[in-house]
Design a protein around this ligand. Structure first.
Ligand code: ACM
Length: 640
C-alpha cells in the first residue's frame, strides 16, 4: 500500500496538498524465499539504537524479514551480559581505531577511545520494534574466532592467558577462545542471557575465520584432541561448534554458522551461511542442511559499488547494483530436492570502513533494493530494466526520508575492447541519458563529441578521454576519465596459459595490453587480473615483427589481503629462444600498493613474446592468510 501511495507517505510529518490516491489494482504475490535477510556489523563501528531502528524501517519497507545483528568481534563486544560485566566495561572499548585502509603501511591509529554497547533494555526495545514490523532479529555471538574483545575482558578464555587489549586494527586476530570447560561454561552462560533477549529460533554462532595457530601451540588443545580422537584443528573447531549446537538445541534454538563450519564436519542441525562463494552452500544443501546464500561476489555491501576514483574508501572488491540484482541464490547444480534447502539470501554490511550513518546509507542503498528483489521476486519476473525504471521513484522516497543513497545511474561504465584496435564503449544504467566526450582534457559539454553507443570511441593516440552523461541537456553523474598510453603491444593479441580467478578477471586478458593502467588503489577494477596461487604465463602476438627495448610490468601489493609481489620474471621471444631474460629474487615486502618493474631487453623482429611471472607461493607463518596460496595481481604490460 505504501509503495502505491505518493512518495510523500514516507515523510516524517503530514504533507499538505498531496492527493492521497492509489490505483485500483489486483495483487497476487508471494516471496520466492522464506529467508530474506540483511546483516549489520555494529562491532567494527557502533551504531546507536536510533540508527538501528532507522535501518530496520528500511528492511521492513523491502519486505526483508530477518535482521542479522553482528554483535561481537575482535574490535568490540556490544551486548550487555549481566553475569559478565567486563564484557562491556572492558570489551566494548578500544584505545583507538585504524586510520585509512588496512593496506596502508605503516598502520596509524587515532588516539580516541572508541566503542559503545546496547543495554539489555535497549536490545529488548529493538527486538520488539523489529517484531512490530514482522522482522526477526538474529543475534550473532562469534566463536571460536573473532573473540579478542571477550578475551581482553576475561583473559582466561584465551589459550595464552596473555592480557590483551581490544583490537584497534581490522583483520583477523590469532587470539581465539580456548576450548576449555571454563570457556564452554562462559559461552553457555552468555547464550542463556542471549536466548532470553531474542525470541526467534536462530542464534548465529559465527564460526568463520578462526586461526588455528594458538590451538596448535596449546598443550591443552593437543591433549583434548587426543582424548576426543580429533585428527586435526578443523575437527577441533567442529567439536567446539557441535558442543554449542547441542546446548542451543537443548534450549529450543537452532544455530546458523558461516560456511567454515563445514570444515571438520558439520554440526547435525546447523544452517550454513555461504559467504566465501556459493560452494559451501551447495555442499551443505547436498548434505541436507538449510542454507542462506550470502556470497562476497554478490552480497557484500562493504565492497565498492563504482570504480570511480572519487568513491569513498571501502574494503575493496567491486559490487555494482546490477550485479547484486543479477544474483540467483539457487545454484543450477542443485536438483529440486536439494534446492529446497536454500532458505534464502542475505546481504552483509561489514563496517570497518563505515564509520557513521551517512556512509552506512551510502553503502546499503540502493543495493538493498536489488537484494530485496532477489529475495522476493520470482526469477522469471525479474528485469533489471524494469527495476531501473522503478528506481526513479525510489530515489524520491530516499530523498523524502533523508537517506544518503548512492546514485550511480548516471555514472559511466566503460568497457574497453581490444580487437586489432582499441575501442571504448560507455554506457549508463539510466536509459534517458546522452553521453558526450572530449579528447583534449576538457570537461565535456553538449557541444563536444556525442558518443555513438554502437561504435564507441576508437583510440588511435595516447591521451586522455573524458566523458559525461547528460539528462535533458543537464550534466548528471560524475566525469569519467581515462588516460590511454599506447605502446607497441597495445591492441595486439594476448593469450594466457592460466586464466585469472573469475572474481578478478578485469575485462579479460586484453586488459593487460589496452593502454590503460589499473587503479593505484583498487585491484578489483576492470584492469587488474588476479591469480590465486598460480603463475602468470602469457604470449603476446604481434601483427608485424617488432623490435622491443623495454617491457614495463605493474604488480599490486597488499599483503593484508594476501596479495604478494612475484618471485621472478622470465621473458623470451619466439625468434631467439636462447636469449632468455630472467629476473630473480624480485619479491620484496612493500609499503607501496603498486610496484613497477621496468626490464631492458634487446629483442628484434619479435612476432611472439613469451612471459612468465612466478607467483610468490604459500604465504608464510605470521602473516594474514598464512598457509594459503598468495595472490599475484598484474596489470598493463607496457612494451616499447
Ligand atoms: C565473513 O565475512 N568473515 C563472514
Amino acid at each position: 500500500m505504501f509503495q502505491l501511495l505518493p512518495v510523500e507517505i514516507y515523510a516524517d510529518r503530514f504533507k499538505k496538498n498531496v492527493v492521497w490516491e492509489i490505483p485500483t489494482v489486483n495483487i497476487k504475490d508471494q516471496p520466492r524465499y522464506k529467508y530474506r535477510g540483511m546483516h549489520l556489523d555494529v562491532a567494527r563501528h557502533f551504531f546507536d539504537v536510533e540508527t538501528v531502528k532507522k535501518y530496520i524501517d528500511q528492511l521492513a519497507q523491502r519486505k526483508i524479514n530477518y535482521f542479522h545483528w553482528h554483535l561481537t568481534e575482535d574490535q568490540g563486544w556490544r551486548i550487555e551480559i549481566k553475569k559478565y560485566p567486563k564484557l562491556t566495561e572492558v570489551g566494548a572499548w578500544r584505545n583507538g581505531t585504524l586510520i585509512g585502509h588496512y593496506n596502508d603501511q605503516p598502520h596509524q591509529f587515532t588516539n580516541e577511545k572508541y566503542g559503545g554497547y546496547y543495554t539489555q533494555d535497549e536490545i529488548k526495545e529493538i527486538v520488539k520494534y523489529a517484531s512490530s514490523k514482522f522482522i526477526t532479529v538474529i543475534p550473532e555471538i562469534e566463536m571460536p574466532g573473532h573473540a579478542q574483545a571477550a578475551i581482553a575482558a576475561y583473559p582466561e578464555l584465551g589459550c595464552t592467558g596473555e592480557k590483551l587489549n581490544v583490537m584497534r586494527k581490522w583483520g583477523i586476530s590469532d587470539n581465539v577462545y580456548c576450548p576449555t570447560e571454563e570457556t564452554f561454561e562462559f559461552l553457555e552462560n552468555v547464550l542463556t542471557e542471549v536466548i532470553n533477549l531474542f525470541p526467534g529460533k536462530y542464534i548465529h554462532i559465527g564460526g568463520d575465520e578462526c586461526p588455528k595457530t594458538q590451538w596448535k601451540d596449546s598443550d591443552f588443545c593437543q591433549n583434548l584432541m587426543k582424548e576426543e580422537d580429533l585428527k586435526d584443528a578443523y575437527e577441533l573447531q567442529s567439536y567446539f561448534i557441535n558442543r554449542i549446537e547441542k546446548y542451543l538445541n537443548s534450549k529450543g534454538k537452532q544455530i546458523i554458522g558461516w560456511d567454515e563450519i563445514l570444515e571438520g564436519g558439520l554440526a547435525p542441525n546447523a544452517t550454513v551461511m555461504s559467504w566465501r562463494g556459493t560452494e559451501g552452500g551447495i555442499a551443505a544443501a547436498k548434505e541436507k542442511h538449510d542454507v542462506i546464500m550470502t556470497p562476497t561476489s554478490h552480497c557484500y555491501f562493504d565492497y565498492y559499488q563504482s570504480d570511480h576514483p572519487e568513491e569513498p574508501l571501502a574494503i575493496g572488491g567491486f559490487l555494482p547494483l546490477e550485479k547484486v540484482y543479477s544474483f540467483d541464490p539457487t545454484p543450477k547444480s542443485l536438483n529440486d530436492d536439494e534446492a529446497n534447502y536454500i532458505l534464502g539470501v542475505q546481504a552483509n554490511v561489514w563496517t570497518e570502513y563505515i564509520p557513521d550513518l551517512k556512509q552506512l546509507e551510502y553503502m546499503a542503498f540502493p543495493r538493498m533494493d536489488a537484494l530485496a528483489e532477489v529475495a522476493w521476486t520470482n526469477i522469471n519476473q525479474k528485469s533489471f530494466e524494469d527495476f531501473s525504471y522503478r528506481m526513479q521513484k525510489q530515489f524520491d522516497r530516499y530523498k523524502i526520508q533523508n537517506i544518503n543513497a548512492a546514485n550511480h545511474f548516471y555514472e559511466l561504465n566503460a568497457s574497453i575492447e581490444v580487437i586489432n584496435k582499441i575501442d571504448v564503449f560507455l554506457n549508463t544504467l539510466a536509459t534517458d541519458s546522452e553521453i558526450y566526450y572530449t579528447n583534449n582534457g576538457n570537461t565535456p559539454t553538449i557541444n563536444d563529441f556525442k558518443l555513438n553507443s554502437t561504435k564507441g570511441i576508437n583510440i588511435t593516440e595516447s591521451g586522455t578521454i573524458k566523458a559525461l552523461a547528460f539528462k535533458d541537456g543537464k550534466a548528471s553523474g560524475r566525469v569519467w576519465e581515462s588516460y590511454f598510453d599506447l605502446h607497441k603491444a597495445s591492441g595486439q593479441q594476448i593469450e594466457l596459459e592460466n586464466m585469472p580467478h573469475e572474481k578478478y578477471s578485469g575485462n579479460g586478458p586484453a586488459s593487460l595490453i589496452n593502454g590503460v593502467k589499473g587503479s593505484n588503489e583498487r585491484y578489483g577494477d576492470a584492469e587488474w587480473l588476479g591469480f590465486n596461487g598460480k603463475d602468470f604465463v602469457a604470449k603476446i602476438k604481434f601483427e608485424k615483427a617488432t623490435d622491443i627495448k623495454n617491457i614495463n610490468f605493474r604488480f599490486f601489493s597488499g599483503e593484508g589481503q594476501w596479495i604478494y609481489q612475484p618471485k621472478s620474471i622470465r621473458i623470451f621471444s619466439n625468434v631467439d629462444k636462447t636469449n632468455v631474460i630472467v629476473l630473480t629474487d624480485l619479491y620484496q615486502a612493500s609499503k607501496e600498493k603498486v610496484i613497477e618493474k621496468s626490464v631492458k631487453v634487446d629483442l628484434n623482429q619479435v612476432k611472439e613474446l613469451s612471459i612468465k611471472v612466478e607467483n610468490f607461493g604459500i604465504i608464510p607463518e605470521g602473516n594474514q592468510g598464512a598457509g594459503y596460496p598468495a595472490w599475484l595481481f598484474i596489470d598493463e604490460i607496457t612494451v616499447n
